[in-house]
Design a protein around this ligand. Structure first.
Ligand code: GLU
Length: 482
């Protein structure tokens, strides 16, 4: 069996399309099917090689490995539609010869005039077969006028088309309601998606077409082409689309929608795949954190849900945090490096073991890798000057009491390079009546410049005595001198 993912390279890889790719890939792995990558680049104005490359990169980043594709070849290539025009031409000739298609000489203006007229009468537009029966003389006349014909597929009247769909069940369309004879090759010679998708699925021996339900309305046309060619249809499965929290189709205004931006934000591919597998599919025991192999073992086309799934940005973030917490620390250090650089530090200037300990201490406060930018300064900056929240807290009287006390402990060497790790918190605690939040938050603000961050017990040794001393002195000078 063979499945395919067939992106159009007209922009970045959208999260909805990535999900289609992931479902296809997981099912391929689960059933031992082949996974084919086909580039549908016949939209001449919008398709670019850069977009194709970025889609390939994003798919690879997600961990998807295709068996056949434009960069890899395979027995059924080429895998870019723009390189297959000669193949399509043969089929077009055949459809024309067998009278399943005809040349249409209508100009776009003529079609537009008819469309406007029909729509003004509140009827749906469909091609009225104006050119379907014209004779050779008329054709010659048109051609002498310089008109280039498009090729239209002849849609029979009143034919019932039942699409058997794994997810949606049986859906029956009437051929009278699919817009009439439709163009399969434009007058400039460019074939249309709805047509060549069928040819390629046939020629690439695709057994299961698994794609978003936005393609469902195209399916009856595709079935008719199969019928005209006398070739059985593949198995279809149209999965529901992803919706935003307001139940409208997921779009930029809801949040990040491109895989590339998820990568840049510091999501881990494993978490994205896990989250997206669970959109519209659930394990029997309700487990949510699953490795790729666990998903592959359990996923089944029969259990993909029928109803649309709402993309829960918070949940994905939460899930990513769990992945960060459980990731092998060595690999995690590597993944964090670019974000540490972005925060303005040179991670290579930090001793490797020290960096590893810092990452171990902070990974729990990072839901995405870029979150490290907010906390890394706690360890690597000399002062890490208090941010707005910390500043506000440090101005409070109870905070000042703590700063004055700590400054005394440092300047009198009661806290020193030898004992600061065990002693600092205990000695501050002993020296004041303050308790709970009023004690711990100012201590955190004074020593780290932030109200949030890693456990103080883990942070203190990693910040080191000298930096702590400087920070206490800074706070004393800033908040406690009149
Ligand atoms: N090229 C189409 C798209 O990007 C997919 C075609 C299909 O899956 O049939 O939406």
């Amino acid at each position: 069996m063979r499945v395919r993912f067939a992106p159009s390279p007209t922009g970045f890889l959208h999260i909805g399309n990535a999900r289609t790719a992931i479902i296809n890939y997981l099912l391929a792995k689960s059933n031992n099917w082949k996974f084919i990558l086909r580039i549908e680049d016949t939209d001449r104005e919008r398709s670019t090689r850069e977009s194709e490359q970025s889609i390939l990169n994003d798919l690879s980043w997600l961990g998807i490995v295709w068996d056949e594709g434009p960069d890899k070849g395979g027995s059924y290539g080429p895998y870019r539609q723009s390189e297959r025009f000669d193949i399509y031409r043969e089929y077009t000739e055949r459809l024309l010869e067998e009278n399943n298609a005809y040349h249409c000489y209508c100009t776009p203006d003529e079609i537009e005039t008819v469309r406007k007229k029909v729509e003004a009468e509140n009827k749906p537009y469909e091609c009225v077969n104006r050119c379907g029966e014209i004779g050779d003389d008329d054709k010659k006349k048109f051609e002498l006028d310089g008109r280039k014909p498009a090729v239209r597929f002849r849609v029979s009247r009143g034919e019932l088309i039942t699409v058997k769909d794994y997810i949606k069940g049986n859906i029956t369309f009437n051929s009278d309601n699919i817009g009439g004879d439709f163009i399969i090759v434009r007058s400039d010679g460019y074939p249309i998606y709805n047509y060549i998708v069928v040819l390629d699925d046939i020629l690439m021996k695709v057994s299961h077409v698994i794609r978003g339900e936005d393609h469902l309305s195209n399916t009856p046309k595709q079935v008719l082409i199969h019928r005209a060619l006398g070739i059985p249809v593949p198995e279809y499965a149209h999965h529901p689309l992803i919706l935003g929290p307001d139940r409208a189709k997921l779009s930029k205004r809801h949040g990040i929608t491109s895989v590339e931006l998820y990568r840049k934000e510091g999501y881990l591919p494993e978490a994205l795949v896990n989250y997206m597998a669970l959109l519209g599919w659930a394990t029997e025991d309700g487990a949510e954190i699953l490795t790729f192999d666990e998903i592959v073992r359990q996923i089944d086309l029969k259990n993909i849900g029928k109803s649309a799934s709402v993309f829960d940005f918070q949940k994905l973030r939460w899930m990513n945090g769990i992945y960060i917490r459980n990731y092998p620390v060595d690999s995690l250090v590597e993944l964090f490096l670019p974000y540490i650089t972005e925060a303005g530090f040179d991670p290579l200037a930090v001793e490797e073991r020290h960096l590893k300990s810092i990452i171990t201490a902070v990974r729990g406060s990072c839901e995405v890798l870029s979150d490290i930018k907010k906390v890394i300064g706690i360890f690597l900056s000399e002062l890490n000057e208090p941010d707005e929240e910390a500043d506000k807290m440090l101005k409070e009287d109870y905070s000042r009491e703590i700063i004055i006390l700590t400054e005394k402990l440092f300047s009198g060497s009661r806290i020193n390079g030898e004992n600061f790790i065990e002693g600092i918190i205990t000695m501050i605690k002993e020296g004041t009546e303050l308790k709970g939040k009023k004690l711990f938050m100012p201590v955190r603000a004074m020593l780290t410049g932030r109200l949030k961050g890693p456990e103080m017990d883990a942070a203190i040794p990693l910040i080191g005595f000298e930096k702590l001393r400087k920070r206490v002195e800074y706070c004393f000078n800033t908040y406690c001198r009149q």
